[in-house]
Design a binder for this molecule. Structure first.
Ligand code: CUA
Length: 338
């Protein structure tokens, strides 16, 4: 099983849109090269890999040869007195030193390019939290995407990262970029996508039991389709002819509720929504109540008010992230999960 197959198997399955297509296409089974950084990063990686292979074969080969050539031939054979060989000692120090300096300089030059974004980069703010990503576009107020980032091709993008809870790591393999999202501070990473497509976004820092579920899609579009797609993706309203429950199901996926709440009875971080509406619940403080419209609304806006017994208060408040119509639609969706 090579890297491509693994990445392909990890692609988000619940997305209705086609899965990320970055699993194949790069050199040596690596993901496709989809940013301006990718070719150079891969070249350095392959340089170090080939150098390591040559060193490995050389060292192990010499060891085997010496074992045979200088083995003890009889019980009374004495070890001859060993002096030193200046020429050989110089070479085995100088050659690796030069190679290490080459690796350092090449990597440093490539790394510095990734530190400071060009001044004309567009801004995206990304927040990580257990266990999903939220993206906001300062130039497009109101657009808030969950587990999805839309970027134009051929335009530098600066991503300012932070975290709501623990350390996460923002990793786009196809772009060869990775940066930690740290609570209480901002970190930045930038890239310029070079080919349209859908690419995997992973969390690359173990952040709790749903860490492997914390993934999204980077959607790279031609520059002239970018603004329209962003406006469309940011719109989360009931469509013409769409039932309230169907709209609620879309919100369930788009807003990342699915990261912690199953619809099939499986217990994830939060209670499953299956059969939840109308059920009796005991809360952590010993009180109890019925799951009705008001309880659900309160739990979305103030998740810690009544935590179901057996669960920990981990849910973030969705105050300001969901309007009344969207909450109503979610409740209607919950009612259908018998
Ligand atoms: Cu977030 Cu791992």
């Amino acid at each position: 099983m090579n890297l491509s197959t693994i990445l392909l198997a990890m692609a988000p399955a619940e997305q209705a849109a086609p899965p990320p297509n970055d699993a194949q296409g790069g050199p040596w089974s690596m993901p496709i090269q989809a940013s301006t950084f990718a070719p150079e990063t891969d070249a350095i990686y392959l340089f170090i890999l080939v150098l390591s292979l040559i060193s490995f074969v050389g060292i192990v080969g010499a060891t085997l040869y010496f074992m045979k050539a200088y083995r003890r031939r009889s019980a009374d054979q004495k070890t001859s007195s060993i002096t030193h060989n200046g020429k050989v000692e110089f070479l085995w120090s100088a050659i690796p030193a030069v190679l290490l300096v080459v690796i350092f300089l090449w990597s440093e030059v490539a790394f510095m390019k990734q530190v400071v974004p060009p001044p004309d980069a567009i801004d995206i703010r990304v927040k990580g939290q257990k266990w999903f990503w939220t993206a906001e576009y300062p130039a497009n107020p109101g657009v808030q995407l969950n587990n999805e980032i839309i970027v134009p091709v051929g335009v530098p993008v600066r991503v300012t990262l932070t975290s709501q809870d623990v350390i996460h790591s923002f990793f786009i393999p196809a772009f060869r970029v990775k940066r930690d999202a740290v609570p209480g501070r901002y970190t930045t990473v930038w890239f310029e996508a070079t080919r349209p497509g859908r690419y995997n976004l992973f969390c690359a820092e173990y952040c709790g039991d749903q860490h492997s579920e914390m993934r999204g899609v980077v959607h790279v579009l031609p520059a002239d389709e970018y603004e329209a797609a962003l406006a469309e993706a940011g719109r989360l309203e009931q469509e013409e002819g769409e039932s309230l429950a169907a709209f609620g199901e879309r919100i369930y996926v788009r807003k990342g509720c699915n990261a912690c709440h199953s619809t099939d009875g499986t217990t994830k971080t939060g209670p499953s929504w299956k059969g939840m509406y109308g059920a009796e619940r005991t809360f952590a403080d010993g009180s109890s109540g019925t799951v009705d419209d008001n309880y659900i609304r309160e739990s979305i806006l103030e998740p810690n008010a009544k935590v179901v017994s057996g669960f920990t208060p981990q849910m973030p408040s969705f105050q300001g992230q969901l309007n009344d119509d969207q909450i109503t639609a979610l409740i209607e969706f919950m009612k259908t999960l018998k």
